[in-house]
Design a binder for this molecule. Structure first.
Ligand code: C5P
Length: 218
């Protein structure tokens, strides 16, 4: 049988990365940050001069990316880009190219390959709906747009990027709208997902809740 997967989907800056990471650590599971894959396609395509609507070229690039993941670090074509891909313009570019079915398909096998023993925690937008529809535990994390903009602001400043609250609120809203309204793999809770609104929750509380759901499922 396949190793277990816990999927954690949700909108931008909902805290899913932090929660997913912590849940993975608690269980000794592997961790997949699927958004990083879209960000890597965004960075690479920007560098080689492929536009976000050149679908065939983007899909080929996504298929052929040479990646290495180790701990929190990611290498793209031999260069460590863990911080570079966190820039807000790369996130927006990722969202723009993630609307294409062919690009998503080019990344599907790569994502499923992370499902190895003893188990996986995967975060993104379509982990529970498309990539791991048979996951025993699915979580849909939300938080108010204000709470998310504040978190993203702090993250960006902590990473040494500049940030502006008004721009962030505008970009978050636009990115959510695009992710939720796209025809292919839109952002939405799986039918069997647990909903978790973390606006007024600490990370510890959110992690404890996900672990409790996992405990009930296995
Ligand atoms: O999660 P993160 O903000 O890093 O993702 C960047 C963008 O990649 C998202 O706005 C979304 O459009 C896209 N994405 C996606 N499917 C995923 C993960 C991310 O479409 N599973």
């Amino acid at each position: 049988s396949l190793p277990p997967v816990i999927t954690i989907d949700g909108p931008t800056a909902s805290g899913k990365g932090t929660v997913a990471h912590r849940v993975a650590d608690a269980l000794g599971f592997h961790y997949l940050d699927s958004g990083a894959l879209y960000r890597l396609v965004a960075l690479r395509s920007q560098r080689v001069g492929i536009e976000v609507d050149e679908v065939k070229d983007l899909a080929d690039l996504a298929h052929g990316l040479h990646l290495r993941f180790r701990g929190d670090k990611i290498w793209l074509e031999g260069e460590e880009v863990s911080q570079l891909i966190r820039a807000e313009d790369i996130g927006n570019r990722a969202s723009a190219l993630a609307v294409h079915q062919q690009v998503r398909e080019a990344l599907t096998a790569r994502q499923r390959a992370f499902r190895t023993r003893p188990g996986l925690v995967a975060d993104g937008r379509d982990m529970g709906t498309v990539i791991f529809p048979d996951a025993p535990v699915k979580v849909f994390l939300t938080a108010s747009v204000e709470a998310r903009a504040e978190r993203r602001y702090k993250q960006l400043i902590d990473k040494g990027f500049s940030a502006n609250m008004e721009d962030l609120l505008r970009d978050l809203t636009a990115r959510d709208a695009r992710d939720a309204s796209r025809a292919v793999a839109p952002l939405r809770p799986a039918q069997d997902a647990h909903l978790l609104d973390t606006s007024d929750m600490t990370v510890d509380q959110a992690v404890a809740q996900v672990l409790a759901w996992y405990g009930q499922a296995v």
